[in-house]
Design a protein around this ligand. Structure first.
Ligand SMILES: [Zn+2]
Length: 201
């Protein structure tokens, strides 16, 4: 997926229907800056904006992802290429999120243990100890919630029984017993409670 090409295509089509960036933004209830970012290839429109955007620009969703008007006879091939490109993109994002979870989890754990240890050696007798310790514990717990939120966003859990892949809610992830990233969850497809492995694809 070529974001620069897609951006130029959006700009071209916007001018063809006689809209300014601000007018297009207003129709889509987004900021001018958002439209400008799409057109400069900085980012893609959100999925929620794409159908309306395509309608306004009088193009198909397939045209948008291809960055050009797709010939009817190439339509299926282009659509397949676009789906694959989107999939690859999603996997890339998942990998980054997963890395962030690891980094934040490991870093905050080391920080918390190290900090507590340091406190214990340096200010054993002090009353401040308990307060500083509680503060560090609170920061640690917040970090752990952050990890869980990122973990919820990245990848899927795979049912051991039917191999269905699903994205549980934050609450379910939070409450589920787990060993590493494998969690005991109820599969929405077969309804069995199994130890679901974490998968990225
Ligand atoms: Zn299942």
């Amino acid at each position: 997926m070529n974001q620069i090409k897609i951006g130029e295509f959006i700009a071209l089509k916007r001018k063809e229907v006689g809209l300014t960036q601000a007018e297009l933004a207003e129709k889509l209830l987004v900021s001018d800056r958002a439209v400008s970012k799409w057109e400069n290839g900085v980012c893609m429109p959100d999925a929620s904006n794409i159908p309306e955007l395509c309608k306004i620009l009088k193009i198909s969703i397939n045209d948008l992802f291809s960055g050009e008007v797709v010939d009817m006879k190439d339509n299926t091939k282009k659509a397949e290429e676009n789906i694959l490109a989107l999939k690859a993109n999603e996997e890339e994002v998942n990998k980054k999120l997963f890395f962030a979870v690891h980094f934040m989890g490991i870093f905050s754990t080391i920080f918390f243990i190290g900090f507590t240890f340091l406190l214990a050696v340096t200010m054993e007798e002090s009353k401040a100890f308990i307060w500083i310790f509680l503060l560090a514990a609170a920061v640690y717990i917040i970090c752990m919630f952050g990890c869980l939120a990122l973990d919820t966003a990245a990848g899927y859990q795979e049912c051991k029984n039917c191999h269905h892949k699903f994205k549980p809610s934050f609450k379910k992830i939070f409450l589920a017993p787990h060993i590493g990233y494998t969690r005991k969850l109820k599969c929405p497809k077969c309804g069995k409670k199994t130890w679901c492995k974490k998968v990225m694809k």
